[in-house]
Design a protein around this ligand. Structure first.
Ligand SMILES: *Cc1c(COP(=O)(O)O)cnc(C)c1O
Length: 339
């Protein structure tokens, strides 16, 4: 296993030895099963294929400076998957079952957890799908919950690199009272065209506005948005944003750093008043934003003009990474140790 080039791993699928699975049938969850197969078989009328009964999670395990493996805020992901399940009428995975499945998947693949200092981590992907066959539109009676894992490389190959974003008005990723607040595949499907166009135009991602009025900043592609104005951390309040656990953690760290935290509407014009801006999520923790381009007005909002991330983004990033890697005390009890 010393053949894995940890430093050059992409963020992508990586085959490991085992995954774990659990089936819901006759109103209850069965035992956890271990599988060596990358394949799943299901009924061709499964509701996940036809009616979008699907939810997923994304989380990470890290090897700390002390050699111990830590999983970051696992219970938050378990609770969020329950909310997602409720939102598309799937059987909820009990929190202890979620925790057991994640721990088992990590322990069975311990040799794939990148060592400390490589910048890499073990990405954990829990998945819940409706597997029961239905042709009429209704929730399935059978579900499958599974967890697979794989090592992923450092998000920023040359350190903490600021990115460019593109504001879009001709697509929405989620309706105002739709599924934007839950982690379901349909939101991603709805964001693909705008996201691919942004990549094609040279941006790392698109910035969606609120679907109703197109006045306020909503979601930054697959990540939450935040701005820094003086001593204040500002992040959108919206009925169509996925509640990022990274964002929630950064808000708590900002308060500890003596900053003010505001969750409120952010009018597009306010972008010109921010000292720093960023996108946050499990994949990168923080992607500092150097430029936001409004493709309708051609207006450009510029941050970190020297090409480097601003001081607040950098400090927040280092604090959160420090806790994940056991370099700073975990005063909130965010880490689960894998022993
Ligand atoms: C998963 C996700 C995020 C980030 O959430 P984290 O819990 O921080 O990883 C942000 N936005 C969307 C749309 C997501 O699906």
């Amino acid at each position: 296993m010393n053949t894995i080039d940890w430093k050059n791993l992409p963020f992508g699928y990586f085959k490991t030895d085992y995954n774990v699975r659990c089936y819901y049938k006759n109103g209850q969850w069965g035992p956890l099963e271990v599988s060596e197969s990358e394949m799943i078989t299901m009924h061709m009328a499964a509701t996940c294929l036809h009616y979008g009964q699907e939810a997923f999670e994304g989380m990470k395990a890290f090897t700390g400076a002390d050699g111990k493996v830590r999983i970051f805020r696992m219970v938050e992901n378990a609770k969020r998957m329950q909310r997602s399940a409720h939102g598309v009428m799937m059987a909820e995975v009990p929190i202890p079952l979620f925790e057991e499945a994640v721990l088992k998947a990590v322990k069975l693949n311990l040799k794939y957890v990148p060592p400390y200092g490589e910048g890499a981590s073990l990405y954990i992907r829990p998945l819940l799908i409706g597997t029961g066959g239905e042709v009429g539109v209704k929730p399935a009676k059978e579900y499958m919950f599974m967890v697979f894992v794989g090592p992923v490389g450092p998000y920023f190959k040359e350190g903490f690199n600021p990115v460019k974003m593109q504001i879009v008005r001709d697509y929405d990723r989620a309706a105002p009272l739709g599924t934007g607040t839950i982690k379901v595949g349909g939101n991603y499907a709805a964001s693909l065209l705008a996201g691919e166009r942004a990549h094609h135009d040279g941006f790392s991602s698109c910035l969606f506005l609120d679907a109703r009025e197109k006045k306020y900043i909503d979601e930054a592609g697959p990540a939450n948005f935040f701005g820094i104005k003086g001593e204040t951390y500002i992040t959108p309040d919206s009925t169509s944003i996925l509640p990022s656990i990274t964002n929630k953690s950064l808000c708590e760290l900002a308060v500890e750093m003596g900053m003010k935290v505001e969750r409120r509407h952010i009018p597009v014009e306010e972008l010109s008043e921010f000292d720093e801006a960023g996108a946050c999520g499990t994949a990168a923790v923080i992607s500092p934003i150097c430029q936001i381009h409004d493709r309708d007005t051609n207006k450009i909002y510029q941050y970190c003009k020297d090409g480097k991330a601003g001081p607040v983004c950098t400090k927040l990033y280092e604090r959160l990474k420090g806790i994940q890697q056991g370099l700073l005390p975990d005063t909130h009890g965010w880490n689960t140790m894998v022993e």
